[in-house]
Write a new protein. Sequence first.
Lengths: 255, 264
Amino acid sequence: MTDTPPIVEMSHVRLAFGQKTILRDLSLTVAPRERLVIMGQSGGGKSTTLRLILGILRPVSGSVKFKGEEVSQMSRQTLNRMRRRIGMVYQYSALISSLSVRDNLALPLEELTDKSEKEIDTIVNEKLGMVGMEETRDYMPAELSGGMRKRIGLARALVLDPELILFDEPSAGLDPVVSSVIDELIIALTEKTNATSIIVTHEMDSAFRVATRMAMIYQGKIIEEDRPERFRESSDPVVSQFVEGRTEGPIATQS
Amino acid sequence: MTLLDRIPPLKHALQHLSSIVWLLVETFQETMENVLIGRPPFRLSIFFQQTDRAGVGSIPLVALVSFFLGLTMALLTGYQLRTFGTERLVPGLVAVGFTRELGPLLTGIMLAARIGAAYTAELGTMTVAEEVEAIEAMGIGPLRFLVSPRILAVILVTPCLVVVSNIAALTGGLIISRWQLNISPPYFLQLVKESVQNRDIIAGIVKSLLFGLIISLVACYKGLTVRGGAAGVGDATTSSVVTAITVVIGFDTLANIILVALYD
């Protein structure tokens, strides 16, 4: 960890939907320029953690800070200003289906900046080039494959040059080759843009490929966080069972 | 246990009502915040797209149904009034009936079925596909971007469609009056002018603006609160149409009671 102030700081976060508690006592700190991978079971609160950082969900108790500012106490305008500094890549890309690829990328620029159409086109082309998708500019999302949509989603997350990029299951549903391509893109683009990233996944190969640090959520809290090489050798029975994908162990399996 | 807990449907209805009012307030605030920082309230292209869809696209249906209903109304009332030799009251009946009551009501019901269902299905699909959340996550207010232009478009096109409905119904009435009741078209129009008062026209316009707001608001609310994938979108769409039609008829009755108390 460095001495620079953290980008994200979550402490003692509790979140529940009605009677169902998702996060019990989650504390997590994300330093600038690191690629933190959050792992955990499906439905374990990984994606929920990203939504808390974006201020889409608010915790029942505890604190979520983005660059020192308490997210849950922000007004709508402040929250929207903060969200412009964060890029989010969704599991199923969440591209606006009625807009072309170009218009999907141009949307935040047109709605949130005063850039001219020419400037917007230049940025769109540049970001599409960064993910190797220039030729899809005029396509509609329905005409693209899952991997292509992921790349476009990543390009859209980059258009406002965010300081933090959140990835929700970037490799889910992709074949191993495309999955590796996406992982390499994540590494290359976050290094090129100096952005910090938080990657939520339960795909172990992908997790170890992209992470500079890893954290594991279990039963609503972070049970271990460490460098990838140390994570692989963890003595924690939950972590080792999850990493090795064993059915025997403390993690309850539902078949 | 409170009184509301004892009557779950009432509690449920009040929860939805408060959420719909909250949606309206939030949409207005989000839109005005953008205006106050010197940006357009929403994309004009989306607004015009929606006015075309809700307005121009609904003209054939509204005109056709109103024409047939105007025709039937003239036929049935003429058939009865001829017994008393008062068939010259038919043009006034059709004109007042449509301007004040049937025009807005029919248009409201048809818009709820046609545009309310479309809006709920569209926004519901976007919600399920996380598109609405993605818009929110980018810092673009989804209510301002998606809901505002739709609500304004429907509010503005509803009175225009009511005018279309009234004209179509009067045309139906005129045809029946000419061929069945021997009332010439110029005399028909003269009787219409004598019967319709400004208050009838104002009542119709006020009601249609209100119906436009109800239909679009219910449709957007149902779409944005969809849960449960494709089946959820289907359920929400059905619920949107049923709710909007019921509320429109309910508000029509309420408006009639108020208007009668004010004018008569």
